[in-house]
Design a protein around this ligand. Structure first.
Ligand SMILES: [Zn+2]
Length: 412
């Protein structure tokens, strides 16, 4: 009896010691939904930026959550992974097809033949946990693939989600490297007043922007608390991006529905590895670079990783199918140049030098006809080699979901 008690005590102590002392590799992918590149600031984010490789000219592949996040998960453009519809309830709404009595919609999910980032990590033995507050990020479109657990709560703020994630991490115990995906939706419309960060604007017209900035500050605060808890596991590797930005009147737009100007197409991108030296990268990079870079951070595969150097003169693209019209927005980016085209519309393409004109206020297409020609040829070649459409899935919209989509601006 005494020996059994002794053996049990030793076993408990050994497990406890292993639990405390076992080195844990933790890799966190943070997606700040709707957070403009120029608004991604706060004490925690700025401190992370000062300790990391910062990409100052990072581009989304689209202007909204489902296609952009699918690019983060696959390293593919929207026309390659096929997630271009998402919860496009607004399209049906425009055609008066959303009826609460028959609210099913067709969606394009992640293609079965493509291994997502969580699937690759999971197959390599990593634990994979995710939390998300955006309605698009769930099992309907295949975003749960490869996760030991993906919790989606469309009403949860950053603090709620991160407490759940911390709980899973504590229960998981020692042993295996762990991937954490954190998709925070606080900055998405409808904006709330978040105290104590809300600063009353002098101009009543700036209320929305002041609320939005307070949402970002509250995410920053929640991330600060979460990562200081993580420090117990050792310093985590962190990839922080936004999926797209948000317009506050620029180019006559509000929100992020149908524009690919910089206020929506530019994103935050910060890559941190324990012990790295801070660096700044100013040439254009894209959300398609995140999956290869995270796999490199995990020590699995360095192919295409931003940390191994990529061609700074690459041509990059973005895509946004109109929710209401038969037109598609495209961008072609190379160096400081940006071409913007609404395919299917009568308007000619516009060209910007975003180094000299970051607000994209002056169309210089007329001064550079050869460059416009070359970019249009690049786009045609790109369209010819992509164009995959993923599998269609039908999703039942219950009235509560339609109400939520309306609140987000997805149903007009
Ligand atoms: Zn989004």
């Amino acid at each position: 009896m005494k020996r059994r008690i002794l053996a049990t005590t030793i076993a408990v102590l050994a497990v406890g010691a292993a639990w405390v002392l076992w080195p844990r590799q933790v890799l966190v992918l943070i997606v700040l939904d709707t957070t403009r590149a120029d608004a991604a600031h706060g004490p925690w984010i700025d401190d992370l930026r000062a300790r990391s490789t910062v990409f100052t000219h990072a581009l989304s592949t689209s202007s909204w959550t489902a296609p952009a996040t699918a690019s983060i998960f696959t390293g593919l453009y929207p026309t390659e992974h096929g997630v271009i519809g998402g919860f496009r309830a607004q399209q049906r709404a425009a055609g008066k097809e959303v009826e609460l009595t028959d609210p099913a919609i067709d969606l394009q999910g992640l293609p079965a033949g493509v291994e997502t980032l969580p699937e690759r990590l999971h197959a390599a033995g990593w634990r994979t946990y995710g939390v998300a507050a955006n309605i698009n990020i769930g099992p309907e479109l295949g975003f749960d693939r490869g996760f030991d657990a993906l919790h989606r709560d469309r009403n949860a703020d950053a603090g709620d989600l991160l407490i759940r994630l911390a709980g899973w991490l504590l229960l998981a115990g020692p042993g295996r490297p762990t991937f954490l995906y954190v998709h925070l939706n606080d900055a998405h419309h409808p904006y709330r007043i978040r105290r104590p960060w809300f600063l009353e604007p002098g101009d009543a017209g700036a209320q929305d922007r002041a609320k939005y900035d307070s949402e970002i500050a509250s995410m920053d605060h929640a991330l600060s608390r979460f990562t200081s808890g993580l420090a117990w596991w050792g310093e985590p590797a962190i990839a922080l991006v936004s999926d797209h930005g948000e317009a506050f009147g620029e180019h006559g737009q509000h929100g992020h529905v149908f524009t690919l100007h910089g206020e929506v197409n530019d994103v935050a991108m910060i890559i941190h590895r324990p012990g790295n030296s801070p660096a700044r990268v100013e040439f254009p990079v894209s959300l398609i670079d995140i999956a290869p870079t995270v796999l490199d951070m995990a020590g699995l595969d360095a192919t295409g990783s931003l940390l191994r150097g990529v061609d700074p003169t690459r041509t990059l693209f973005a895509h946004r199918a109109s929710p209401t019209k038969a037109t598609t927005l495209w961008t072609v980016n190379q160096g400081p140049w940006k071409l913007l085209l609404e395919e299917g519309a009568a308007r000619p393409p516009t060209l910007y030098d975003v180094a000299a004109d970051p607000g994209e206020t002056t169309d210089i297409a007329g001064d550079h006809p050869d460059r416009v020609e070359a970019f249009l040829a690049d786009l045609t070649a790109f369209q010819a080699r992509t164009g995959y459409r993923g599998p269609s899935v039908e999703v039942e919209l219950d009235p509560a979901l339609v109400e939520h989509l309306t609140l987000l601006g997805y149903v007009e």
